[in-house]
Write a new protein. Structure first.
Length: 89
């Protein structure tokens, strides 16, 4: 990865790891319009893109974790990052 990709993906991977290990069902993100909330929203957006990409590639662990987090049945596959963001926010 380039340094820019590491900056974008590192925190996103950490957020995904935290979400799936914590047993939570998503994040609460109060948006003030400031730099902190917009940066956090961008990181969660990157996370959702990564989850959808892995799910479409057939990553069974990601699909299973996403189903549990979103409380969905075995037919659910998080294929759209926006839809997945709606599920967890």
């Amino acid at each position: 990865f380039s340094p820019e990709e590491e900056i974008a993906y590192g925190p996103a991977v950490w957020c995904w790891d935290y979400l799936r290990r914590s047993g939570g069902n998503g994040f609460l993100l109060p948006l003030s319009g400031g730099a902190d909330s917009s940066s956090t929203a961008a990181i969660i957006g990157s996370m959702c893109q990564m989850v959808a990409k892995e799910a479409l590639a057939g990553n069974k662990q990601v699909i299973e974790d996403a189903r549990r987090i979103c409380n969905q049945d075995e037919t659910y596959v998080p294929s759209d990052p926006k839809e997945f963001a709606n599920q967890i926010m």
